[in-house]
Ligand binder design. Structure first.
Ligand code: TXA
Ligand code: MG
Length: 346
């Protein structure tokens, strides 16, 4: 398949947007930027188009897609029994990096919702995303625009790497502001459950929904967000995450790296900016990537997926990462990092 490229940033030609929107209307696949990560979009009401998304990503078809809308009123077109909590959430956080899971009516096909009786809905803030949804006249189903198992794409270059030749169109735009996928809140049960942490953290959510709980765990072997059961974001390198006080972590990093390099492999370290010079001073032969200042969890979140991709580009065999649990995005960063590491800690 020949992929068409569209350059749509703060300045762009209307024809480009119209051509991309027309591809969506015709049941095609178009990758587009959002404030979280790039998405791989298709008409959410078109079952055939939804199936093409799974094929392009190599993704299991029981893993449901998020429906992206451009106006709050569209919630009532696709969801049933919309609770007051939903309105509280969207008033506080839409447009933005929040997905709300609600009971669905019959309008969105099971191909889009992975056979569930609920639908995940998001109104993104990114102006290009909103313009594409509005111009197409469709609600757009979109997972992250990566090949299944790879880190979500936070730049157009990542999307091209994974999707060139597999989709009808790719919108080339700015890097993603947040860099991690949206916070998912399930309102289809008694109590609001955060299925996936994101840029909107627990303290911000609890200001709106005081009884919200974070629960990304498997329930009886079945995760509520089916995507959480697959190994995600995994670089080819073996990845370990150190835990404990920062100084203790630094010792653990050295220890692990020392052993690794004796075996003649290529090593990398992910750390806070404050640690970079400490590692570089001791070992010149390591790739040391500072993800952001210790207190700046948003900056760390923005850089994480790019850093994981970089490990593969550089042919890294083993990577040891510090923990980044401080700050409002700390839960989200650690959730993704530990997944990438397959839960391996030192
Ligand atoms: O930030 C984001 O959410 C990005 C951008 C493109 O909007 N999208 C994204 O989609 O991360 P995806 O498909 O990579 O992740 C969607 C997650 C999966 O873990 C999926 O299982 C869960 O949302 N999900 C979707 N529909 C659901 C539902 N009805 N109930 C529970 N979880 C659902
Ligand atoms: Mg994804």
């Amino acid at each position: 398949m020949k992929t068409q490229f569209f350059r749509i940033g703060s300045a762009f030609r209307e024809e480009e947007l119209e051509t991309a929107a027309e591809l969506i209307r015709q049941g095609g696949l178009v990758a587009f930027p959002t404030e979280t990560v790039y998405g791989l979009g298709a008409d959410a009401e078109n079952a055939h188009a939804a199936r093409k998304i799974y094929a392009a990503k190599g993704r299991p078809s029981d893993n449901p897609l998020i429906v992206h809308i451009c106006d709050v009123s569209q919630v009532f077109e696709i969801a049933d029994n919309v609770p007051e909590d939903a309105e509280r959430l969207w008033t506080a956080f839409w447009p933005g990096p929040l997905t709300i899971v609600l009971k669905k009516n019959g309008r969105i096909p099971i191909e889009t919702t992975g056979g569930l009786d609920t639908v995940a809905i998001r109104l993104p803030e990114n102006p290009v995303a909103k313009a594409l949804i509005r111009r197409s006249g469709k609600m757009i189903a979109a997972p992250s625009a990566n090949l299944s198992g790879k880190p979500s794409p936070t730049s157009a270059a990542h999307v091209i790497e994974d999707m060139d030749g597999r989709v009808d169109g790719i919108i080339i735009s700015e890097d993603c502001r947040v860099g991690l996928e949206s916070t998912i809140v399930d309102l289809s049960e008694e109590r609001p459950i955060v299925l996936r942490p994101g840029d909107i953290g627990m303290s911000a959510l609890r200001r709106v929904l005081p009884d919200a709980v974070l629960d990304t765990q498997l329930k009886g072997g079945h995760p509520k967000a089916p995507g959480m059961k697959y190994r995600h974001y995994a670089p080819r390198a073996e990845l370990y995450v150190t835990v404990g006080e920062r100084a203790v972590q630094q010792e653990k990093v050295f220890d692990a790296m020392h052993r690794l390099l004796e075996a003649g492999k290529k090593g990398a370290i992910l750390c806070v900016n404050e640690s970079v010079s400490i590692y570089r001073r001791k070992r010149k032969d390591l790739l040391v990537l500072g993800l952001g200042d210790k207190g700046d969890s948003r900056e760390i979140a923005r850089n994480l997926f790019g850093a994981l991709r970089r490990l593969d580009e550089e042919g890294i065999d083993l990577c040891v990462s510090e923990s980044f649990s401080e700050g409002e995005s700390g839960d989200a960063v650690m959730n993704r990092l530990l997944k990438a590491a397959g839960g391996k800690t030192i």
